[in-house]
Ligand binder design. Sequence first.
Ligand code: GAR
Length: 333
Amino acid sequence: MTNIAVFASGTGSNAVNLVKTFNSGSRIHVALCLVDRENIPVIEKMRELGVETIYFPRSVWKENPQAILEVLRQHDIKLIALAGFLSFIQEDIINAYNGRILNIHPSLLPAYGGKGMHGGNVHKAVIEAGESKSGATVHIVTNDIDAGPIVVQREVSVLPEDTPESLEAKVHQVEYQIFPEAVIKTVATLTPPPAPKSVDDAWAEVLGVPNNVPPVPQNFTGSVPPTGSTSPTGLTNPTGLTNPTSPISPAIPADPMPPTYLVWSVIMTILCCTIPGIVAIIYSAKVSSKYYQGDFEGSRRASQNAEIWIIISFVLGVLSSTLYLPLTLAGLF
Ligand code: GAR
């Protein structure tokens, strides 16, 4: 959730529009409204919408910007929207919210901007100058009045029969579109996209356990630390195994496989599978030859011996595999 504040000095239709746009289920929330005048319509409108509103007299805006900043901090405000706000914004606030204060102005800036150009004055000047188009601009607030970088600007046409009031109504309609657009655009630049999950994180999430493996530094070029030890970069290798294809350890070279690994695999295959197989073949030949010679008792004994030897050789195979892991971890292989 990104908390924003609106500053207003009058009617507050733009402030109301921002609250209605964002405060029902969006990731942006108008959490605060600051005003510089008492008894202005926007105060009651914000109260009805449930937005906390605080009045600071002009003297505070001018001489004590730290008081304003403190309130903004308390409400965790990330962006400020000036919605028809007529007091001067102190340099301290502009610096604290560098690039994060937006102002809406009722003309196609840089035309009809600057000191004294606000609200009805702008529309009157546009009509008097016989312009065929006007519009609204949302820009970033800097120390120069109405001169910061433009975020969104949109035109309206000025007809010969237009009055300052009818032009103001047209421009307001455009403002209600472009102010939320500009807020969304600016907030998007403040919130970096979430970092892609590492394979470890994804697995830990699937298994429902915390991922305690420290991330591999981007510039890591060393080799995997020995079994059970911890490297100077904080990497621990409990098994001695490496995974050169893992996306989190692209720079870790695979150690050559020790020859004992191969010897042990062959021994285990022989013990677990080959010997029980050979024993089974020899004894089944013995069992059937004795049977066909009429030595039924010898055939039965051979069958019993076959069972015993097959089980013994299989158990030996399993035991050797079981022994392999502790012997490897003890560093004997
Ligand atoms: C708006 O038209 C806004 O562009 C203008 O004041 C009006 C406030 O209306 N702002 C300026 O002139 C700033 N220089 P609202 O109170 O109904 O939102």
